[in-house]
Design a protein around this ligand. Structure first.
Ligand code: ADP
Length: 582
């Protein structure tokens, strides 16, 4: 009753823990969903901040670059060279990236003259006539066209705010230069264009150093991939922070036009804006999460967190189940051990009582007839044998010798071992009225085994067949060679027509100290170690044991030994004619 209560209590605890784990699972699910919404917002904020910082720094740097090269149209045109040189000098002294400019050019179109080009010698700080750089030939052609489009005269104010153009392909900042129209007294009465100032940007320095550093500073902590590309399809990559960036993506996590902020910064500071050379050729910054998108990243994060949490809860639940099953097992084992102690005491006491009374009868001279003495000697031998078999089993269990047999295996002819084992049982079988039927197939191949252990196993099975063989008192012992598609075995079987074993007990009978309840109640001698030891011995020799049984109709125990390896092994050809052992 108490044990039932313990079990019920354990079950209640298990169910309570399982319910708690399920509730925790549901809470964890909701909690993870809430956290993932927060995480999504956090990532968005981080991205927006990174984009804003990048944009602000880029706008600041490019606006300052344009601002540094502004030329006052009211000053005399004759000093334009010197003024640009001075501007360059001032810029290079104050910038942290002097290698960003790769050249400064003057494209001039004086009245009645063909256009000519001057390049700034950045060491001497002087302009010298030069050839137009061949790698930006198209720009020169464009400048000629653009020059025609500039109004022939405008006010000084208009000229002062005339915007810069950024040629993305040529990497050049270009702005017209003006001079006061000769008849006008000051610039507000009129200025006219005299050419272009071209500030070339160094591609390597811009991409590898400037953009790379700016992106690294702003985006590395958030882990977003970033690209700078042309604003309209087909997209042209200017810079990629990761070669895997899908440049053609139409749905990035964030995008921003770069020179828009440059223009705004210039307007704010009262300077000319910077525009793309042509509409649609602006540069834009696009950012995308490496998982494909920000939403995808959060979904994955959520799934991963859920999986980890549920796995942990699952482990927790399995641990509870394991503890429960282990405690049940320990309980069962201790019960079995108690039964074992009781059983072994009984097993020791019964033969000892018989032996003692026989010895007393002999010693007191109660038995003196030679025939009776013979009978007493037989009783003493039987009971002594029973005791020593029991001790053998217990010692074998305690010594662990069973596991050490693998190294002692050798080719064994099964028929010889079986025949030898039968002889040790012959008298007992005859005395107890058993019929032993033997069927031994001819030419059975040898198996790898320890003959002593094998004989022990067969003896155990025969002994059980006698104990549990019922009134029929019939035992069959067979040796067969069984060839199937995937296996080739020698099988040794011991069959009886006795009490049989219920299906529910079939697995348990191989556990130590286990005995079927009916057997225990029926006071049949035994301690529940035989089959356990047989199983261990057989498995230590590489074989296995199986059982089939029907309650009330009998049982059949089969020892299986594979012969595949032996037959095929080229190193042991002598095994075809093995020496027999017993
Ligand atoms: P023991 O015979 O000492 O009880 P075993 O380990 O040899 O221990 O057997 C375990 C149990 O299996 C036995 O108690 C018995 O209930 C059952 N058993 C074994 N062999 C047979 C058999 N041939 N027929 C019916 N029951 C068997």
């Amino acid at each position: 009753m108490k044990r039932l209560n313990d079990t019920t209590l354990q079950l209640i605890v298990i169910v309570a823990i399982a319910v708690a784990v399920c509730i925790l699972g549901v809470l964890q699910y909701h909690w993870t969903s809430e956290i993932s919404t927060v995480e999504q917002e956090r990532l968005k904020t981080v991205l927006t901040k990174s984009i804003r910082n990048f944009d602000r720094q880029f706008a600041y740097d490019f606006e300052r670059l344009g601002e540094s090269f502004e030329i006052d149209p009211a000053e005399p045109a004759s000093t334009i060279d010197a003024r640009i040189s001075q501007k360059y000098l001032d810029w290079s002294r104050t910038t942290s990236r002097p290698d960003l400019i790769s050249g400064v050019f003057l494209w001039r179109k004086d009245k009645g003259r063909t256009p000519y080009v001057e390049s700034l010698d950045r060491t001497k700080l002087q302009f010298q006539s030069a050839a137009w750089p061949s790698d930006i030939e198209e720009l020169q052609q464009d400048l000629e066209k653009q020059f025609e489009l500039i109004p022939p005269s405008m006010t000084g104010h208009e000229a002062t705010y005339y915007p810069w153009k950024f040629y993305g392909d040529a990497l050049a900042l270009v702005r017209p230069l003006f001079q006061i129209i000769s008849q006008a007294r000051d610039s507000d009465m009129g200025v006219e264009p005299l050419g272009f100032l071209v500030v070339r940007i160094d591609g390597q320095s811009l991409k590898r150093r400037y953009l790379a550093d700016l992106i690294e500073d702003n985006f590395a902590p958030s882990g977003f991939m970033v690209a700078i590309r042309s604003a309209n399809p087909p997209y042209r990559a200017i810079y990629l922070s990761d070669p895997a960036f899908p440049i053609a993506t139409s749905a990035p996590d964030a995008e921003i036009d770069l020179f828009k902020s440059v223009g705004e910064e210039a307007r704010r500071r009262g300077h000319p804006a910077v525009e793309a050379d042509e509409q649609g050729r602006e540069w834009q910054l696009v950012a995308q999460h490496p998982s494909g998108s920000l939403e995808e990243a959060v979904v994955r994060w959520r799934r991963r967190n859920l999986a980890i949490s549920l796995a942990l809860l699952g482990i927790l639940l399995s641990c509870v189940g394991l503890i429960f099953s282990l405690s049940r097992r320990a309980e069962r084992l201790s019960k079995l051990q108690m039964q074992f102690v009781a059983g072994i005491s009984h097993e020791l006491c019964t033969p000892l009582t018989v032996i003692n009374s026989a010895i007393e009868n002999l010693a007191d001279g109660i038995v003196d007839d030679p025939a009776q003495v013979q009978e007493y000697a037989a009783i003493l031998r039987d009971q002594g044998g029973r005791l020593s078999r029991l001790l053998d089993q217990v010692l074998l269990l305690a010594s662990g010798k069973v596991e050490q047999t693998a190294s002692e295996l050798r080719p064994v002819e099964v028929a010889a071992v079986v025949t030898h084992t039968i002889t040790t049982f012959e008298k007992m079988l005859h005395d107890e009225g058993f019929t032993l039927q033997t069927e031994m197939a001819m030419d059975v191949p040898p198996i790898m085994a320890d003959p002593v252990l094998l004989s022990e196993c067969i003896a155990n099975l025969i002994s059980n067949a006698m104990k549990y063989g019922g009134p029929n008192r019939w035992i069959a012992l067979r040796i067969q060679e069984v060839k199937a598609r995937a296996s080739h075995e020698v099988q040794i079987s011991v069959e009886d027509q006795g009490i049989g074993i219920a299906p529910g007990d079939l697995q348990s009978i191989f556990e130590p100290f286990y005995r079927v309840q009916a057997v225990r109640d029926g006071q049949v001698r035994g301690v529940g170690l035989g089959l356990y030891l047989v199983k261990r011995m057989i498995e230590s020799m590489g074989g296995r044991i199986s059982v089939s049984s029907a309650l009330g109709r009998g049982s059949r125990f089969v020892l299986h030994f594979s012969v595949m390896g032996l037959v095929k092994d080229p190193l042991t050809p002598h095994l075809s004619s093995p020496s027999t052992t017993g």
